[in-house]
Design a binder for this molecule. Sequence first.
Ligand SMILES: *Cc1c(COP(=O)(O)O)cnc(C)c1O
Length: 410
Amino acid sequence: MKPMGPIPPFFTGEGGMLLIGGCGAASLVEEAGDTPLFVYDMGVVQRQVQDWRDAMPSMLSLHYAVKANPYPPLLQRMAGMVDGFDVASGGELGRALEAGMDPAHVSFAGPGKRDDELIAAIDSGVTINLESEGEARRAITIARQRGRTPRLAVRVNPDFDLKGSGMRMGGGAKPFGVDADRAAALARWLIDAGADWRGWHIFAGSQALDAAALIETQAATLALAARLSDAVGATPPLVNLGGGFGIPHFPGDVRLDIRPIGEALARVLEARADILAGSAFAMELGRWLVGECGVYLTRVVDVKVSQGETFVVVDGGLHHQLAASGNFGTVVRRNYPIAVANRYGESPAEQPVTVVGCLCTPMDKLGDKVALPTVEEGDLIALFLAGAYGASASPAAFLGHPNPLELLIG
Ligand SMILES: *Cc1c(COP(=O)(O)O)cnc(C)c1O
């Protein structure tokens, strides 16, 4: 048997059925019409947003990183719950605006923005977080051609890293942002070119469960923002401090307590440098806000035995939930939390089983030698942590299976 990650504390069972937002998993499948199905419980997101607001200093605004889950009905709900959206493509920009988010509270980061994406951003009045000097030149040229004053911030590649972070986005040579030692010169050039300089975007990493490391990174981020602003000689209207809050995925992972992070951040904001006195501050989060709200429900098509090992074959797979197969952002494959939705709370069978998807590749493993109750054809398997980097971050076209269904509740 191999261990699995912890099931998020928002889920319970009733009469042997997994409840998602108070609804039985089987009735949700019936309502949606089929499996595989992603269910997103907005009640969970609401609690995360509330926890964040309770813990963080009130002057800090909360942005949602749309790439974590760009499902339009979810975005529409998020638009009323958070203070801004961060997008990373022209497509996400379109969805953010369709969801009703005010363009003044949308920022657009990401390398390789094409001219048509810069045009869409400048015309709609969102802030572009510039990833390079070349992108800055193109943005200025496009804005002049269109007779507009572009809202431009500089994304900084910080000279430090978020320790213990699952994905490093800062420190050392990176395709993201402008190196810290050139960022002030670029901001000065933008101001001189007549742009509406919006400030700094400093994102040092993500998926961290270490509060001390996050506290240290936020302090370093504020210090860097102050140093750069002094070099420019101007107060940045907004400092986007990044985010990086993680959620537990694997055995041994412990839930992040964000209260001490908020207390530490309140102290460093209180004591911030004079040049930042008039600045606004934002944090951008994706996975921490929506990761735990999602459950991927997939039906057992076959149960088979090979050389003494039992394989549970489901109608879903890595083409919808790549991360659970261990092929998205992890080095070693470990088990996401998984359960039999219609045998919730039953004791596990003696023999562990391996849950595999319907794709013809050995990579398509959703649970490796996991302890589950005895599984039969037609049962519903639930994979947790499916609210972020699920449907939109998986190779849906691989092998020509249908797209998953998605359902928003709560
Ligand atoms: C992906 C990304 C995020 C969101 O990261 P999470 O780990 O989902 O919180 C935030 N900011 C930027 C710049 C990103 O690229």
